[in-house]
Ligand binder design. Structure first.
Ligand code: SF4
Length: 385
């Protein structure tokens, strides 16, 4: 019987943050209600194709899922459990904005079956939060965090960002330490660099010279701080931007990087199923009318594309990619396909082999992790007999 992961997209936010290019926007209560109804119809309509499958993880992302409230999230999880075989030990994560939580709602989310919370904090400085357009303060985050722990959440991720307007290595270090010193400590911390995405308010302001972003040297210093400080507190880096206490990695995201089957539900949600990639369209009105009729871009991956993805996604993990697994899937030796590229980057100190549970694993070195995009580009368009 096959295992699958499920992602549900909630495309609503209180207001748009200046840097955000996710598929999300403010919407009135009526639209939110209709969206929940459409999502329920999509869950019910898709389920027949996955009757033999076991759901190992569920991730409710957005947007701001916690904007909907526990009634709606509970409803979605109930329908999901009725229509799919969600395993009893499934990891069920919900993203939440600290400005939308209190003890009562958190208790209800927990009761509804959410067992992992991902809190978007970004910074512990109110000035930096304001510059980002976030709706919450550091104090509100602390209250939400404390309430989450009291409501029974033992699995909490905190999202942080570096490279923010006005951020300095000193201010970022304080943020990292404040978060790592929370009690009980979060089991997982994601730390991303701010990227100026086309079409965002930040990109326009940057073009107009109105954004005071850290210079390149400061940015490098910020980047270097994350791993160094978090390591002091017992967090291991297991992916380029993700850190966790031992055994507390996000199972859902690890599945994504190791190319497990996953089904995306809701507007814009992407799926990978038996090496076919497909995605729902992004038009909210069309989705509300016909949630099952929005599947787009169905693409059966060629063997070369599967190999590219295997390397591209797998090398993001610090554990690397297993030679044996590569052979088991593709029936080619890793060296047979990528020998030249691997030798080139081993010579440059960017890749190395390490012994693991099932033979040798190829992984990015510390320096390789910093230059991951450059290394990974060489794994595109593999040639094999
Ligand atoms: S809360 Fe998250 S999804 Fe919503 S606008 Fe801000 S960054 Fe984007």
């Amino acid at each position: 019987m096959k295992n699958i992961e499920i992602y549900m997209h909630i495309p609503f936010c209180v207001r748009k943050c200046g840097y955000c290019d996710f598929l999300s926007a403010p919407a009135d209560r009526d639209i939110q209600e209709k969206y929940i109804g459409a999502l329920e119809r999509e869950i019910q309509g898709r389920a027949a194709a996955y009757t033999g499958a076991s759901v190992t993880t569920v991730f409710i992302g957005g947007g701001t899922p916690s904007l909907l409230g526990p009634g709606h999230i509970g409803r979605l999880l109930d329908v999901l459990r009725r229509c799919f075989r969600v395993l009893p030990g499934a990891e069920i994560t919900m993203e939440a904005n600290p400005g939308t939580l209190d003890f009562d709602s958190l208790s209800q989310y927990h009761k509804a079956g959410v067992n992992r919370l991902s809190l978007g904090l970004q910074s512990s400085w109110d000035g930096e939060l304001k510059a980002l357009g976030r709706i919450h303060t550091w104090r509100q985050f602390l209250d939400a965090y404390e309430a989450a722990a009291a409501a029974g959440f033992s699995r909490i991720n905190v999202d942080l960002m570096s490279g923010l307007p006005g951020q300095t290595p000193a201010s970022y270090e304080v943020t990292l330490r404040r978060v790592a010193e929370l009690r009980p400590g979060p089991e997982h911390i994601s730390a991303y660099s701010l990227i100026l995405e086309e079409g965002t308010a930040f990109a326009a302001r940057n073009e107009a010279g109105e954004l005071q972003l850290p210079d390149e040297e400061t940015e490098r210093a910020l980047y270097g701080l994350t791993g160094r400080i978090l390591q002091e507190y017992g967090y291991g880096r297991y992916e380029i931007s993700n850190y966790a206490k031992a055994g507390c990695e996000c199972r859902h995201n690890v599945g994504y990087w190791t190319r497990e089957n996953y089904l995306g539900l809701g507007i814009g949600a992407a799926s990978l199923m038996d090496n076919v990639r497909f995605q729902n369209g992004e038009d909210l009105r069309a989705y509300l009318e016909d949630p099952l009729g929005q599947r787009r871009q169905e693409q059966k991956l060629t063997m070369a594309e599967q190999m590219e993805e295997f390397m591209f996604l797998g090398l993001r993990l610090t554990a690397g990619v297993g030679e044996k697994k590569f052979y088991d899937i593709f029936h080619y030796e890793l060296e047979q396909v990528y020998g030249d590229v691997i030798r080139k980057h081993i010579t440059r100190g960017l890749l190395s082999y390490q012994a693991g549970t099932a033979g040798r694993y190829l992984r990015l070195t510390e320096r390789g992790l910093d230059l991951a995009n450059y290394v990974m580009a060489d794994f595109l368009e593999p040639e094999f007999p």
